[in-house]
Design a protein around this ligand. Structure first.
Ligand SMILES: Cc1cc2nc3c(=O)[nH]c(=O)nc-3n(C[C@H](O)[C@H](O)[C@H](O)COP(=O)(O)OP(=O)(O)OC[C@H]3O[C@@H](n4cnc5c(N)ncnc54)[C@H](O)[C@@H]3O)c2cc1C
Length: 66
């Protein structure tokens, strides 16, 4: 129900809402996607959509910064 904040590219945001370069997150350790709570059953959609996005973005970052 809480956790680090991410943007639509799954980049982790700092206290100033700025993306932390190279740090991606998805799923249970993120918070705020559904507001202050989460409607039951929505975690599965959350982890599949944003898990895939985080993997894609992390791969892209690694390739571009190799
Ligand atoms: C009893 C219960 C019922 C639920 N029912 C539903 C439901 O009906 N519908 C729904 O949408 N959601 C449900 N949820 C919520 C949903 O299961 C979770 O939100 C979801 O599984 C979170 O996925 P995740 O990949 O973010 O984290 P997790 O599934 O917790 O995956 C994290 C993984 O990381 C691994 N790990 C941890 N530390 C390390 C480490 N240091 N190195 C390597 N690996 C590590 C863990 O072993 C684990 O496999 C339920 C949750 C519970 C507990």
């Amino acid at each position: 129900m809480g956790g680090v904040k991410i943007n639509t590219d799954t980049e982790v945001l700092d206290e100033d809402e700025q993306a932390v370069s190279g740090l991606y997150a998805a799923g249970e350790l993120t918070g705020g996607l559904h507001g202050n709570n989460r409607i039951g059953g929505n975690a599965v959609a959350d982890i599949i959509i944003f898990g895939r996005q985080a993997g894609t973005q992390a791969t892209k970052f690694a390739q571009e910064n190799n």
